[in-house]
Design a protein around this ligand. Structure first.
Ligand code: PHE
Length: 450
Protein backbone atom coordinates (compact mmCIF):
# COMPACT_ATOMS: atom_id res chain seq x y z
CA UNK A 1 0.00 0.00 0.00
CA UNK A 2 2.74 2.38 0.96
CA UNK A 3 4.47 1.78 -2.34
CA UNK A 4 1.34 2.31 -4.30
CA UNK A 5 0.81 5.61 -2.55
CA UNK A 6 4.33 6.65 -3.42
CA UNK A 7 3.74 5.76 -7.03
CA UNK A 8 0.55 7.74 -7.09
CA UNK A 9 2.29 10.70 -5.50
CA UNK A 10 4.95 10.56 -8.17
CA UNK A 11 2.17 10.47 -10.68
CA UNK A 12 0.37 13.53 -9.41
CA UNK A 13 3.64 15.40 -9.06
CA UNK A 14 4.30 14.68 -12.70
CA UNK A 15 0.82 15.71 -13.67
CA UNK A 16 1.35 18.96 -11.80
CA UNK A 17 4.41 19.92 -13.82
CA UNK A 18 2.78 18.77 -17.01
CA UNK A 19 2.37 22.23 -18.44
CA UNK A 20 5.87 23.52 -18.11
CA UNK A 21 7.90 20.46 -18.91
CA UNK A 22 7.53 19.91 -22.62
CA UNK A 23 10.61 19.12 -24.64
CA UNK A 24 13.46 20.52 -22.62
CA UNK A 25 15.88 18.45 -24.63
CA UNK A 26 18.32 18.37 -21.71
CA UNK A 27 20.57 15.35 -21.45
CA UNK A 28 19.47 12.48 -19.25
CA UNK A 29 20.22 12.57 -15.56
CA UNK A 30 23.90 12.45 -14.74
CA UNK A 31 25.79 9.23 -15.05
CA UNK A 32 25.83 8.56 -11.32
CA UNK A 33 22.27 9.56 -10.54
CA UNK A 34 19.36 7.18 -10.65
CA UNK A 35 18.43 5.43 -13.87
CA UNK A 36 14.94 6.62 -14.72
CA UNK A 37 12.43 4.26 -16.28
CA UNK A 38 9.02 5.44 -17.48
CA UNK A 39 5.78 3.60 -16.91
CA UNK A 40 2.45 4.28 -18.59
CA UNK A 41 -0.70 2.71 -17.21
CA UNK A 42 -4.42 3.11 -16.57
CA UNK A 43 -4.31 4.18 -12.94
CA UNK A 44 -7.87 5.50 -13.17
CA UNK A 45 -10.89 4.71 -15.32
CA UNK A 46 -12.73 1.47 -16.04
CA UNK A 47 -9.48 -0.50 -16.26
CA UNK A 48 -7.81 1.06 -13.24
CA UNK A 49 -6.87 -2.26 -11.68
CA UNK A 50 -4.70 -3.00 -14.71
CA UNK A 51 -2.53 0.05 -14.08
CA UNK A 52 -2.52 -0.18 -10.29
CA UNK A 53 -1.55 -3.86 -10.19
CA UNK A 54 1.13 -3.34 -12.82
CA UNK A 55 2.59 -0.40 -10.91
CA UNK A 56 2.74 -2.52 -7.77
CA UNK A 57 4.51 -5.34 -9.57
CA UNK A 58 7.03 -2.99 -11.14
CA UNK A 59 7.76 -1.17 -7.89
CA UNK A 60 8.33 -4.46 -6.09
CA UNK A 61 10.85 -5.51 -8.73
CA UNK A 62 12.61 -2.14 -8.64
CA UNK A 63 12.84 -2.10 -4.83
CA UNK A 64 14.38 -5.54 -4.90
CA UNK A 65 16.86 -4.58 -7.60
CA UNK A 66 17.82 -1.43 -5.73
CA UNK A 67 18.36 -3.33 -2.50
CA UNK A 68 20.79 -5.55 -4.40
CA UNK A 69 22.81 -2.61 -5.71
CA UNK A 70 20.71 -1.53 -8.69
CA UNK A 71 22.04 -1.71 -12.23
CA UNK A 72 25.63 -0.84 -13.17
CA UNK A 73 26.08 0.60 -9.70
CA UNK A 74 23.15 2.98 -10.04
CA UNK A 75 19.74 2.94 -8.40
CA UNK A 76 16.58 2.63 -10.46
CA UNK A 77 13.66 4.98 -10.33
CA UNK A 78 10.25 4.69 -11.96
CA UNK A 79 8.15 7.61 -13.18
CA UNK A 80 4.53 6.61 -13.61
CA UNK A 81 2.03 8.44 -15.76
CA UNK A 82 -1.69 7.75 -15.77
CA UNK A 83 -3.31 7.51 -19.20
CA UNK A 84 -6.82 7.14 -17.70
CA UNK A 85 -7.39 4.22 -20.01
CA UNK A 86 -7.25 6.42 -23.11
CA UNK A 87 -5.12 5.54 -26.12
CA UNK A 88 -4.25 9.14 -27.01
CA UNK A 89 -3.23 9.79 -23.42
CA UNK A 90 -0.94 6.77 -23.53
CA UNK A 91 0.83 8.25 -26.55
CA UNK A 92 1.09 11.66 -24.87
CA UNK A 93 2.42 10.10 -21.68
CA UNK A 94 5.07 8.17 -23.60
CA UNK A 95 6.19 11.33 -25.36
CA UNK A 96 6.34 13.24 -22.12
CA UNK A 97 8.34 10.56 -20.35
CA UNK A 98 10.79 10.43 -23.24
CA UNK A 99 11.27 14.12 -23.93
CA UNK A 100 10.84 15.65 -20.49
CA UNK A 101 11.77 12.92 -18.05
CA UNK A 102 14.47 11.47 -20.29
CA UNK A 103 13.60 7.92 -19.39
CA UNK A 104 15.94 5.32 -20.79
CA UNK A 105 13.17 2.75 -21.27
CA UNK A 106 9.41 2.45 -21.03
CA UNK A 107 7.23 -0.13 -19.31
CA UNK A 108 3.61 -0.43 -20.44
CA UNK A 109 0.92 -0.34 -21.45
CA UNK A 110 -1.27 -3.28 -20.52
CA UNK A 111 -4.08 -2.83 -23.04
CA UNK A 112 -2.92 -3.65 -26.55
CA UNK A 113 -4.60 -0.66 -28.16
CA UNK A 114 -2.84 1.72 -25.78
CA UNK A 115 0.50 -0.02 -26.28
CA UNK A 116 0.02 0.44 -30.01
CA UNK A 117 -0.43 4.16 -29.44
CA UNK A 118 2.72 4.35 -27.30
CA UNK A 119 4.94 2.19 -29.44
CA UNK A 120 5.59 4.58 -32.35
CA UNK A 121 6.80 7.21 -29.86
CA UNK A 122 9.24 4.78 -28.29
CA UNK A 123 10.38 3.46 -31.64
CA UNK A 124 10.98 6.90 -33.09
CA UNK A 125 13.01 8.02 -30.09
CA UNK A 126 14.92 4.70 -29.93
CA UNK A 127 13.75 4.19 -26.36
CA UNK A 128 13.13 0.49 -25.72
CA UNK A 129 9.60 -0.32 -24.58
CA UNK A 130 8.52 -3.49 -22.82
CA UNK A 131 4.83 -4.17 -22.49
CA UNK A 132 4.19 -6.52 -19.60
CA UNK A 133 0.82 -7.87 -20.74
CA UNK A 134 -0.29 -6.63 -24.16
CA UNK A 135 -1.03 -9.80 -26.06
CA UNK A 136 -2.03 -8.57 -29.52
CA UNK A 137 0.69 -9.57 -32.03
CA UNK A 138 0.61 -6.15 -33.72
CA UNK A 139 2.11 -4.44 -30.67
CA UNK A 140 5.67 -5.69 -31.16
CA UNK A 141 5.27 -5.35 -34.93
CA UNK A 142 5.39 -1.59 -34.40
CA UNK A 143 9.16 -1.73 -34.42
CA UNK A 144 12.36 -3.35 -33.23
CA UNK A 145 12.43 -1.33 -29.99
CA UNK A 146 9.14 -2.87 -28.85
CA UNK A 147 9.18 -6.00 -26.67
CA UNK A 148 6.76 -7.96 -24.54
CA UNK A 149 6.95 -10.25 -21.53
CA UNK A 150 3.76 -12.22 -22.23
CA UNK A 151 2.43 -14.76 -24.72
CA UNK A 152 0.44 -13.57 -27.73
CA UNK A 153 -3.22 -13.98 -28.64
CA UNK A 154 -3.00 -16.63 -31.35
CA UNK A 155 -1.85 -18.88 -28.51
CA UNK A 156 -4.36 -17.50 -26.03
CA UNK A 157 -7.21 -18.05 -28.50
CA UNK A 158 -5.98 -21.56 -29.08
CA UNK A 159 -5.93 -22.21 -25.35
CA UNK A 160 -9.57 -21.15 -24.95
CA UNK A 161 -10.68 -23.13 -28.02
CA UNK A 162 -8.79 -26.19 -26.85
CA UNK A 163 -10.29 -25.90 -23.41
CA UNK A 164 -13.85 -25.37 -24.70
CA UNK A 165 -13.63 -28.41 -26.97
CA UNK A 166 -11.53 -30.72 -24.89
CA UNK A 167 -12.53 -29.96 -21.33
CA UNK A 168 -16.00 -28.49 -21.55
CA UNK A 169 -16.86 -30.67 -24.56
CA UNK A 170 -18.79 -27.89 -26.24
CA UNK A 171 -19.16 -27.72 -30.01
CA UNK A 172 -21.33 -24.62 -30.43
CA UNK A 173 -20.09 -21.31 -29.14
CA UNK A 174 -21.26 -17.72 -29.55
CA UNK A 175 -18.79 -14.82 -29.56
CA UNK A 176 -19.35 -11.31 -28.22
CA UNK A 177 -16.43 -8.94 -28.84
CA UNK A 178 -15.53 -5.31 -28.15
CA UNK A 179 -15.05 -3.70 -31.56
CA UNK A 180 -13.19 -0.72 -30.11
CA UNK A 181 -10.50 -2.88 -28.59
CA UNK A 182 -7.74 -4.40 -30.75
CA UNK A 183 -7.14 -7.09 -28.17
CA UNK A 184 -10.78 -8.16 -28.17
CA UNK A 185 -11.13 -8.14 -31.95
CA UNK A 186 -7.91 -10.09 -32.40
CA UNK A 187 -8.56 -12.62 -29.69
CA UNK A 188 -12.10 -13.26 -30.97
CA UNK A 189 -10.64 -14.04 -34.38
CA UNK A 190 -7.90 -16.24 -32.96
CA UNK A 191 -10.42 -18.16 -30.89
CA UNK A 192 -12.77 -18.63 -33.84
CA UNK A 193 -9.91 -19.80 -36.08
CA UNK A 194 -8.77 -22.42 -33.58
CA UNK A 195 -12.25 -23.52 -32.59
CA UNK A 196 -13.56 -23.99 -36.11
CA UNK A 197 -10.36 -25.69 -37.25
CA UNK A 198 -11.02 -28.47 -34.80
CA UNK A 199 -14.64 -28.90 -35.85
CA UNK A 200 -16.36 -26.40 -33.58
CA UNK A 201 -19.15 -24.17 -34.78
CA UNK A 202 -19.66 -20.45 -34.11
CA UNK A 203 -23.43 -20.09 -33.88
CA UNK A 204 -23.55 -16.31 -33.31
CA UNK A 205 -21.19 -13.35 -33.50
CA UNK A 206 -22.12 -10.08 -31.87
CA UNK A 207 -20.23 -6.95 -30.89
CA UNK A 208 -20.27 -4.03 -28.48
CA UNK A 209 -18.13 -0.97 -27.79
CA UNK A 210 -16.13 -0.54 -24.60
CA UNK A 211 -18.20 1.51 -22.17
CA UNK A 212 -21.59 0.30 -23.43
CA UNK A 213 -24.01 -0.53 -20.64
CA UNK A 214 -26.86 -2.26 -22.45
CA UNK A 215 -26.08 -5.56 -24.13
CA UNK A 216 -29.62 -6.92 -24.26
CA UNK A 217 -30.08 -6.83 -28.03
CA UNK A 218 -26.88 -8.79 -28.68
CA UNK A 219 -27.62 -11.21 -25.87
CA UNK A 220 -31.12 -11.85 -27.16
CA UNK A 221 -29.68 -12.79 -30.56
CA UNK A 222 -27.13 -15.00 -28.87
CA UNK A 223 -29.76 -16.75 -26.80
CA UNK A 224 -31.71 -17.48 -29.99
CA UNK A 225 -28.68 -19.29 -31.42
CA UNK A 226 -28.56 -21.66 -28.43
CA UNK A 227 -24.78 -21.80 -27.86
CA UNK A 228 -23.22 -24.15 -25.34
CA UNK A 229 -20.82 -21.43 -24.20
CA UNK A 230 -20.35 -17.70 -24.81
CA UNK A 231 -16.85 -16.38 -25.55
CA UNK A 232 -16.40 -12.78 -24.40
CA UNK A 233 -12.82 -11.60 -24.90
CA UNK A 234 -13.22 -8.18 -23.28
CA UNK A 235 -12.12 -6.27 -20.18
CA UNK A 236 -13.54 -6.93 -16.74
CA UNK A 237 -15.92 -3.99 -16.37
CA UNK A 238 -17.78 -4.78 -19.57
CA UNK A 239 -17.62 -8.53 -18.95
CA UNK A 240 -19.13 -8.17 -15.47
CA UNK A 241 -22.09 -6.26 -16.89
CA UNK A 242 -22.45 -8.67 -19.80
CA UNK A 243 -22.54 -11.62 -17.40
CA UNK A 244 -25.37 -10.08 -15.40
CA UNK A 245 -27.41 -9.23 -18.46
CA UNK A 246 -26.74 -12.64 -20.01
CA UNK A 247 -28.34 -14.29 -16.98
CA UNK A 248 -31.22 -11.83 -17.08
CA UNK A 249 -31.73 -12.74 -20.73
CA UNK A 250 -31.93 -16.39 -19.79
CA UNK A 251 -28.50 -17.48 -21.00
CA UNK A 252 -27.32 -20.09 -18.52
CA UNK A 253 -24.25 -21.51 -20.27
CA UNK A 254 -20.76 -20.62 -19.02
CA UNK A 255 -18.99 -17.54 -20.28
CA UNK A 256 -15.44 -17.94 -21.51
CA UNK A 257 -12.84 -15.23 -21.82
CA UNK A 258 -9.22 -14.17 -21.80
CA UNK A 259 -6.74 -12.37 -19.56
CA UNK A 260 -8.75 -9.14 -19.81
CA UNK A 261 -11.09 -10.61 -17.20
CA UNK A 262 -8.38 -10.60 -14.56
CA UNK A 263 -9.41 -8.16 -11.87
CA UNK A 264 -10.80 -8.36 -8.37
CA UNK A 265 -13.54 -6.12 -9.75
CA UNK A 266 -14.86 -8.79 -12.12
CA UNK A 267 -16.83 -10.48 -9.37
CA UNK A 268 -17.73 -7.17 -7.73
CA UNK A 269 -19.43 -6.15 -10.97
CA UNK A 270 -20.64 -9.51 -12.26
CA UNK A 271 -21.62 -11.07 -8.95
CA UNK A 272 -23.06 -14.58 -9.03
CA UNK A 273 -23.67 -14.22 -12.77
CA UNK A 274 -19.96 -14.69 -13.48
CA UNK A 275 -19.42 -17.64 -11.13
CA UNK A 276 -18.84 -20.88 -13.02
CA UNK A 277 -17.26 -19.15 -16.00
CA UNK A 278 -13.68 -19.64 -17.24
CA UNK A 279 -10.85 -17.52 -18.61
CA UNK A 280 -7.33 -17.98 -19.85
CA UNK A 281 -4.60 -16.15 -17.98
CA UNK A 282 -0.86 -15.76 -17.51
CA UNK A 283 -0.44 -17.51 -14.18
CA UNK A 284 -2.19 -18.75 -11.09
CA UNK A 285 -1.15 -17.44 -7.68
CA UNK A 286 -2.11 -20.88 -6.32
CA UNK A 287 0.59 -22.54 -8.38
CA UNK A 288 2.79 -24.36 -5.84
CA UNK A 289 5.98 -23.73 -7.80
CA UNK A 290 8.60 -22.17 -5.50
CA UNK A 291 9.23 -19.27 -7.84
CA UNK A 292 5.56 -18.31 -7.85
CA UNK A 293 5.04 -18.84 -4.14
CA UNK A 294 8.08 -16.75 -3.29
CA UNK A 295 6.73 -13.92 -5.43
CA UNK A 296 3.22 -14.18 -3.98
CA UNK A 297 4.68 -14.05 -0.46
CA UNK A 298 6.81 -10.99 -1.17
CA UNK A 299 3.94 -9.20 -2.87
CA UNK A 300 1.51 -9.88 -0.05
CA UNK A 301 4.05 -8.62 2.45
CA UNK A 302 4.60 -5.41 0.49
CA UNK A 303 0.94 -4.70 -0.24
CA UNK A 304 -1.04 -5.48 2.88
CA UNK A 305 -1.88 -9.09 2.12
CA UNK A 306 -3.19 -8.48 -1.39
CA UNK A 307 -2.85 -11.45 -3.74
CA UNK A 308 -1.01 -10.49 -6.94
CA UNK A 309 -3.11 -10.84 -10.07
CA UNK A 310 -1.49 -11.75 -13.37
CA UNK A 311 -0.90 -8.10 -14.22
CA UNK A 312 1.23 -7.68 -11.12
CA UNK A 313 3.18 -10.84 -11.93
CA UNK A 314 3.66 -9.90 -15.58
CA UNK A 315 4.74 -6.37 -14.66
CA UNK A 316 7.21 -7.73 -12.11
CA UNK A 317 8.65 -9.94 -14.83
CA UNK A 318 8.75 -7.15 -17.41
CA UNK A 319 10.69 -4.90 -15.02
CA UNK A 320 13.03 -7.77 -14.13
CA UNK A 321 13.59 -8.63 -17.76
CA UNK A 322 14.38 -5.00 -18.58
CA UNK A 323 16.82 -4.69 -15.68
CA UNK A 324 18.47 -7.95 -16.72
CA UNK A 325 18.99 -6.51 -20.20
CA UNK A 326 20.33 -3.25 -18.78
CA UNK A 327 22.86 -5.21 -16.75
CA UNK A 328 24.02 -7.07 -19.86
CA UNK A 329 23.98 -4.01 -22.15
CA UNK A 330 27.36 -2.54 -22.96
CA UNK A 331 26.05 0.89 -21.98
CA UNK A 332 22.71 2.45 -21.16
CA UNK A 333 21.93 3.96 -24.53
CA UNK A 334 18.70 2.99 -26.25
CA UNK A 335 20.35 0.91 -28.99
CA UNK A 336 22.50 -1.02 -26.49
CA UNK A 337 19.58 -1.80 -24.20
CA UNK A 338 17.53 -2.78 -27.24
CA UNK A 339 20.19 -5.23 -28.39
CA UNK A 340 20.48 -6.75 -24.92
CA UNK A 341 16.70 -7.10 -24.64
CA UNK A 342 16.54 -8.79 -28.03
CA UNK A 343 19.09 -11.31 -26.78
CA UNK A 344 17.01 -12.27 -23.71
CA UNK A 345 17.33 -16.00 -23.08
CA UNK A 346 15.77 -18.06 -20.33
CA UNK A 347 15.16 -15.07 -18.09
CA UNK A 348 13.60 -16.75 -15.05
CA UNK A 349 10.29 -14.93 -14.73
CA UNK A 350 7.59 -15.69 -12.20
CA UNK A 351 5.21 -16.41 -15.06
CA UNK A 352 7.69 -18.66 -16.85
CA UNK A 353 11.12 -18.55 -18.40
CA UNK A 354 11.36 -15.83 -21.00
CA UNK A 355 13.27 -16.32 -24.23
CA UNK A 356 12.45 -13.77 -26.89
CA UNK A 357 12.04 -14.86 -30.48
CA UNK A 358 13.03 -12.80 -33.51
CA UNK A 359 9.75 -10.92 -33.24
CA UNK A 360 10.53 -9.94 -29.64
CA UNK A 361 7.83 -12.19 -28.21
CA UNK A 362 8.28 -14.91 -25.60
CA UNK A 363 6.77 -18.36 -25.71
CA UNK A 364 5.04 -19.11 -22.43
CA UNK A 365 2.39 -21.37 -21.00
CA UNK A 366 -1.15 -20.20 -20.17
CA UNK A 367 -3.49 -21.27 -17.41
CA UNK A 368 -7.26 -21.62 -17.43
CA UNK A 369 -8.98 -20.36 -14.30
CA UNK A 370 -12.56 -20.87 -13.17
CA UNK A 371 -14.44 -18.12 -11.38
CA UNK A 372 -15.47 -19.99 -8.26
CA UNK A 373 -17.59 -19.24 -5.24
CA UNK A 374 -17.31 -15.66 -3.96
CA UNK A 375 -15.33 -14.81 -7.08
CA UNK A 376 -12.26 -16.82 -6.07
CA UNK A 377 -10.30 -17.99 -9.10
CA UNK A 378 -9.69 -21.73 -9.17
CA UNK A 379 -6.87 -23.20 -11.18
CA UNK A 380 -8.17 -25.62 -13.81
CA UNK A 381 -5.37 -26.44 -16.19
CA UNK A 382 -2.10 -25.21 -17.65
CA UNK A 383 -1.43 -25.41 -21.35
CA UNK A 384 2.02 -25.19 -22.91
CA UNK A 385 2.92 -24.08 -26.39
CA UNK A 386 4.07 -26.86 -28.61
CA UNK A 387 7.47 -28.18 -27.78
CA UNK A 388 7.77 -26.37 -24.49
CA UNK A 389 8.51 -28.48 -21.49
CA UNK A 390 7.08 -27.68 -18.11
CA UNK A 391 9.83 -26.19 -16.02
CA UNK A 392 10.51 -28.41 -13.07
CA UNK A 393 12.99 -28.58 -10.25
CA UNK A 394 14.03 -25.20 -8.94
CA UNK A 395 12.18 -23.47 -11.72
CA UNK A 396 8.88 -21.76 -11.59
CA UNK A 397 6.51 -23.76 -13.67
CA UNK A 398 5.18 -26.77 -11.88
CA UNK A 399 1.44 -26.52 -12.18
CA UNK A 400 -0.92 -26.72 -9.26
CA UNK A 401 -3.25 -29.63 -8.78
CA UNK A 402 -6.16 -29.63 -11.11
CA UNK A 403 -9.70 -29.26 -9.96
CA UNK A 404 -11.70 -30.22 -12.98
CA UNK A 405 -9.99 -33.09 -14.67
CA UNK A 406 -7.50 -33.51 -17.40
CA UNK A 407 -6.97 -31.50 -20.47
CA UNK A 408 -7.84 -33.73 -23.36
CA UNK A 409 -7.87 -31.12 -26.06
CA UNK A 410 -6.92 -32.25 -29.54
CA UNK A 411 -3.42 -31.28 -30.36
CA UNK A 412 -3.21 -31.36 -34.06
CA UNK A 413 -3.50 -28.69 -36.65
CA UNK A 414 -3.88 -25.71 -34.42
CA UNK A 415 -0.61 -23.95 -34.72
CA UNK A 416 -1.16 -20.28 -34.17
CA UNK A 417 2.37 -19.05 -34.48
CA UNK A 418 4.02 -20.99 -37.27
CA UNK A 419 4.05 -24.54 -38.48
CA UNK A 420 7.33 -25.57 -39.88
CA UNK A 421 7.93 -28.30 -37.36
CA UNK A 422 5.66 -31.22 -36.61
CA UNK A 423 4.11 -31.36 -33.16
CA UNK A 424 6.42 -32.90 -30.67
CA UNK A 425 3.75 -34.39 -28.52
CA UNK A 426 2.13 -33.38 -25.32
CA UNK A 427 4.34 -32.67 -22.39
CA UNK A 428 3.27 -33.69 -18.97
CA UNK A 429 3.64 -31.74 -15.82
CA UNK A 430 5.59 -32.63 -12.77
CA UNK A 431 2.64 -32.64 -10.47
CA UNK A 432 -0.36 -33.99 -12.29
CA UNK A 433 -1.32 -35.76 -15.43
CA UNK A 434 -4.09 -33.26 -15.71
CA UNK A 435 -1.63 -30.51 -16.48
CA UNK A 436 -0.73 -31.98 -19.80
CA UNK A 437 0.73 -29.44 -22.12
CA UNK A 438 -0.80 -29.49 -25.54
CA UNK A 439 1.33 -28.98 -28.58
CA UNK A 440 0.67 -25.67 -30.17
CA UNK A 441 2.68 -23.38 -32.29
CA UNK A 442 6.30 -23.88 -32.88
CA UNK A 443 8.78 -22.45 -30.49
CA UNK A 444 11.46 -20.53 -32.26
CA UNK A 445 13.76 -20.69 -29.31
CA UNK A 446 14.92 -23.19 -26.78
CA UNK A 447 13.58 -22.95 -23.28
CA UNK A 448 16.24 -24.47 -21.13
CA UNK A 449 15.08 -25.73 -17.79
CA UNK A 450 16.14 -23.49 -15.01
N1 PHE B 1 -3.84 -8.85 -22.82
C1 PHE B 1 -4.65 -7.68 -22.69
C2 PHE B 1 -4.47 -6.80 -23.91
O1 PHE B 1 -3.58 -6.99 -24.66
C3 PHE B 1 -4.35 -6.91 -21.45
C4 PHE B 1 -4.42 -7.67 -20.16
C5 PHE B 1 -3.40 -8.53 -19.76
C6 PHE B 1 -5.49 -7.54 -19.33
C7 PHE B 1 -3.46 -9.24 -18.57
C8 PHE B 1 -5.56 -8.25 -18.15
C9 PHE B 1 -4.54 -9.14 -17.77
O2 PHE B 1 -5.19 -5.88 -24.16
Amino acid sequence: MRRLLLSLLALSALAACKKQDQGSGAPAANANGPIVIGEVGSMTGTEATFGLSSANGIQLAIDELNSKGGVKGRQLQVKVLDDQGRPEEAATAATRLISSEHVIALLGEVASTRSMFMAPKAQQAKVPMVTPSSTNPAVTQKGDYIFRACFIDPFQGYVAATFAMGNLKVKKVAVLKDVRNDYSVGLAKNFIDSFTKTGGQIVAQESYSNGDVDFKAQLTNIKGAAPQALYVPGYYTDVGLIARQARETGITVPLLGGDGWDSEKLYEIGGEAIVGSYFSNHYSPDDPSPRIQEFVGKYKKAYGGQTPDSLAAQAYDAAGMLADAMKRAKDLTGPSIRDALAATKAYPGVTGNITLDENRNPLKPAVVLKVGKSGKYEFVTKIYPEGMQPETGSGGDAAPGTKTGSNTAPASGTTPTQTTTPPVGATSSASSAANTGQPQGVPSAEHPKK
